[in-house]
Write a protein that binds this ligand. Structure first.
Ligand code: PPS
Length: 570
């Protein structure tokens, strides 16, 4: 058992008076607008969550952390906390120069003295820190495709905390939590890290862990950045608040941690432990596949299921925080209670119930029952509010095809059919209509077409997010742009690509607007199919042929597809 020390830990803020002065001076400095991830990192640097770091890592510390999880002075630190910037920003700086660090609204949060500037070997960082240079890992993907090319290092001086407007009462700095534990006399505190909603099994395992460690319990969820696709933190926090009532009074508390996770498995577990130690905890629960990133591009797990526990155990004496291993809790039907899987002796004679994460998502998506033994009714209600069944979610139908292929006509028929069904608002973003309003200044160069499709995609994704149906009907000739729009929309709901596959010959034969004739005569330039390219969709959700098929039937094929995808109730 490690001795708990609840004395305040060093923060990197200057006093209130100095901050006011520094803020005025910093306004004249070159400034860097922090990315969302950097804001999370800065918050924990400034409030001592990343103690003993005093700023973004310099090159020597970075090399030590990447290669052997240690700062240059030998202190254990598993995660590179770096300020990545583009070359264009780094070029103009001189070493020793102070820069202002601003949030996304332009508020100056801190200054930093740039002592180091270097070009990291990102593949090496990926291999060493994340175990593989594979973009299927979210942090490796971030490293290669989002992070800037250059790293800046140096100490930071805090002016003010990053501003949060949500759940302000539940966000605590390490020193606030330490003071809370001091006040309540909590000498042993076990922390539970989570990025998922809590169900009954979690409540059982955390309570059991606390009992075993004879400790109080801190539910310490991450609300900064988690794995793409996770339940948003607003919903999760409402769920956690409901679960908090299920613990015996004054045994348990919850605090929100604005951490940007990296999903680095074993290294992440050690990092999480150090952060919890800084927050005054004595014990930390490490689960199977802790902070696991999912499968690599070969379809295999990035880390072994117990790698995180093994690495944590190796370092726990040095860290001064004790690991409590996560028990796999399952529901035993005959005894109507949760039990640790490895402690059930009569496994062959009892019925063991469990619902996987995938199965839970399926049940939510299809509006199916989620039994009481699995979760708390309050939690299920919150999840259902956020993730209604697919037949109540927004979606986008995206028609693509040549000019005159019949996109607009089918889109109009589809709109009317959906409006007849009712239930969700329907918006038609037809090519011609968009070009009269949203994109009136654009022509038909590749750049302008892309901009046009991006705008349509943005509006459709907002409609989808807000539970409506967007029907888009532009030519959208470029596959890469269609894919980008798909990705944007799929964050909020389904994207149904419909290729209206009328051949160019047929479109030209129909020539309903007389445009093909003009294009052939060279009077309209860059005309799709004649003097401009069209990438035929390879895997649309649906391909409709229009030759010898009437419009009503084409629209009906789309309706059947939507039914099949669960987007409209049959
Ligand atoms: S794009 O490529 O998706 O941005 O095009 P879109 O916004 O759908 O606009 C296509 C309509 O504009 C008319 N038009 C042209 N189409 C293709 N190429 C050229 N150069 C061109 N110039 C004008 C044409 O009427 C298209 O309408 P639809 O409804 O597709 O027939």
């Amino acid at each position: 058992m490690y001795q708990q020390n609840l004395a305040p830990i060093p923060e990197l803020y200057v006093s209130y008076e100095s901050a006011q002065k520094l803020k005025v001076e910093a306004a004249n400095l070159t400034s860097w607008d922090l990315t969302s991830r950097q804001i999370c990192d800065l918050e924990l640097l400034l409030n001592g969550g990343f103690n003993p770091l005093k700023g973004f890592l310099n090159e020597e510390d970075y090399n030590g952390v990447v290669d052997n999880m240690r700062l240059a002075d030998g202190t254990l630190w598993p995660m590179p906390i770096t300020l990545d910037v583009p070359e264009s920003f780094a070029e103009g700086l001189e070493l020793g120069q102070d820069i202002a660090l601003r949030d996304q609204e332009g508020v100056i949060l801190a200054t930093m003295t740039v002592t180091d500037r270097w070009t990291p070997n990102k593949s090496h960082e990926a291999e060493k820190v994340f175990g593989a240079d594979d973009d299927a890992h979210p942090a490796v993907n971030y490293l290669h495709n989002t992070a800037g090319k250059i790293y800046l290092g140096g100490p930071v001086t805090g002016i003010q905390q990053p501003v949060h407007y949500d759940f302000r009462g539940s966000r605590d700095t390490p020193n606030e939590l330490r003071a809370y534990f001091r006040k309540l006399g909590w000498r042993r505190v076990v922390a539970f890290q989570t990025r998922n909603p809590l169900h009954r099994a979690h409540q059982e395992l955390t309570f059991r862990a606390a009992k075993e460690a004879e400790a109080n319990l801190l539910i310490h969820p991450v609300v900064g950045m988690t794995k793409p696709g996770d339940v948003d933190h607003f919903t999760r926090v409402r769920c956690y608040e409901a679960v908090l009532d299920k613990y015996p009074g004054s045994t348990t508390t919850m605090s929100l941690l604005n951490l940007a996770m990296r999903m680095a498995g074993p290294r992440e577990a050690v990092w999480h432990g150090l952060i919890r130690k800084n927050h005054g905890c004595t014990h930390f629960i490490v689960g199977r596949d802790h902070a696991g990133p999912g499968k690599n591009s070969a379809g295999e797990d990035f880390y072994g299921p117990y790698d995180a526990q093994d690495l944590f155990r190796t370092h726990q004496d040095e860290m001064g925080i004790e690991m409590v291993d996560f028990k796999h809790m399952v529901f035993v039907q005959e005894r109507a209670q949760y039990e640790a899987m490895d402690e059930i002796e009569d496994k062959d004679n009892v019925t063991i119930l469990n619902i996987s994460g995938t199965e839970l998502r399926r049940r939510l998506q299809e509006g199916l029952e989620i039994p009481d033994w699995f979760s708390f009714p309050e939690v299920v209600k919150e999840l259902r509010r956020t993730r209604p069944p697919r037949s109540q979610q927004g979606f986008t139908v995206f028609f693509t095809g040549f000019s005159g292929s019949g996109k607009s006509t089918i889109a109009n028929a589809l709109m009317v059919k959906l409006m007849e069904m009712g239930g969700r608002p329907v918006t038609l973003l037809d090519g011609d209509i968009v070009r009269k309003n949203l994109s009136s200044e654009l022509g038909f160069s590749k750049e302008h077409r892309d901009l046009n499709i991006r705008r349509i995609g943005y509006v459709a994704s907002e409609i989808t997010k807000n539970g409506g149906i967007a029907i888009c009907a532009p030519i959208a000739p470029y596959a890469a742009t269609r894919r980008a729009v798909r990705e944007e929309i799929e964050e909020n709901g389904a994207f149904v690509e419909v290729h209206v596959a009328t051949t160019l010959e047929e479109c030209e034969r129909r020539d309903r607007k007389g445009l093909y004739k003009l294009a052939r005569e060279g009077k309209i330039k860059e005309f799709t199919g004649i003097s401009d390219p069209y990438d035929v969709p390879e895997h649309p959700e649906l391909r409709v042929e229009t030759e010898n098929v009437d419009v009503d039937n084409c629209a009906h094929q789309v309706i059947l597809k939507l039914e099949q995808m669960g987007l409209i109730a049959g």
